[in-house]
Design a protein around this ligand. Structure first.
Ligand SMILES: C[S@@+](CC[C@H](N)C(=O)[O-])C[C@H]1O[C@@H](n2cnc3c(N)ncnc32)[C@H](O)[C@@H]1O
Length: 226
């Protein structure tokens, strides 16, 4: 387990830093702001808008981490009464004390009970959790390279640490694992804007868009499987 340090981001929400890698879980410009913009606005909301007849969205997240994206996806599902199945992998789960310090359950007071939100973030590993009518979650405590899933996905949240901390996760071979499980018309989204990632996604047969990034970042990537 790597040593993590709590810090406050510019929007007032907390995040974690890996001091040895000079890497953070979220942008210093705002953890909540960045996650909502990249993964919900440019990911889930975009996919739903383009698939108005869909009755469910199946999301795979690489890197559960703090669980902020899971809470945001659950919040979206509730807000739009639109079913979301959320599968994710994590090979270094956070301990309950750290979840407590991050305080994310308090950011979503209308999303079930405090106990339900804590269960979603801190427990519920390696089993399906029916969080509510609209949100089902399957958190797998395992390495992404070992991840296998019977089903395919409409949307991928690719949220690994940056390339300077884990370059292998941004190479074609790693990207291919998730892309192989993406349905035709499915969308891959990430805060990353690297040219080599864009080219790798293109060579995997995806159409890649460079979008304006969240505050503090010029660009981000979104890719659609043709
Ligand atoms: C940038 S953090 C973001 C996490 C999360 N999405 C969030 O909002 O907190 C990256 C996460 O991916 C996890 N991770 C990195 N490489 C992994 C791998 N090969 N398999 C599973 N999890 C991995 C890390 O432990 C970390 O929790």
């Amino acid at each position: 387990m790597t040593e993590k340090k709590l810090f406050k981001t510019a929007d007032g929400t907390f995040s974690l830093a890996l001091e040895n890698h000079k890497e953070t879980y979220h942008s210093r410009h705002g953890a909540l702001q960045e996650s909502r913009y990249v993964y919900i606005e440019k990911g889930l909301a975009h996919w739903k808008e383009n698939n108005p007849k869909a009755i469910e969205c199946r999301v795979f997240e690489m890197g559960f981490g703090t669980g902020l994206n899971a809470l945001l996806a659950a919040d979206f599902a509730h807000q739009y009464t639109f079913p979301v199945y959320f599968e994710t992998v994590e090979n270094d789960p956070l301990i309950s004390e750290v979840h407590g310090q991050l305080g994310y359950t308090a950011l979503f007071p209308l999303l079930g009970s405090e106990k339900d939100r804590r269960e979603l973030l801190q427990n519920a590993w390696d089993r399906e959790l029916q969080f509510s009518t609209y949100f089902n979650c399957f958190k797998k405590q395992q390495d992404y390279y070992q991840w296998e899933s019977q089903s395919e996905f409409n949307l991928i949240f690719y949220d690994a640490f940056g390339a300077h901390a884990q370059s292998e996760m941004w190479e074609e071979e790693a990207l291919q694992i998730a892309v192989a499980k993406l349905k035709k018309g499915g969308v891959w989204v990430s805060y990353c804007a690297k040219g080599s990632v864009r080219r790798a996604l293109q060579s995997l047969g995806l159409e890649v868009e460079r979008l304006p990034g969240p505050p503090g970042k010029r660009e981000m990537l979104r890719a659609t499987k043709l």
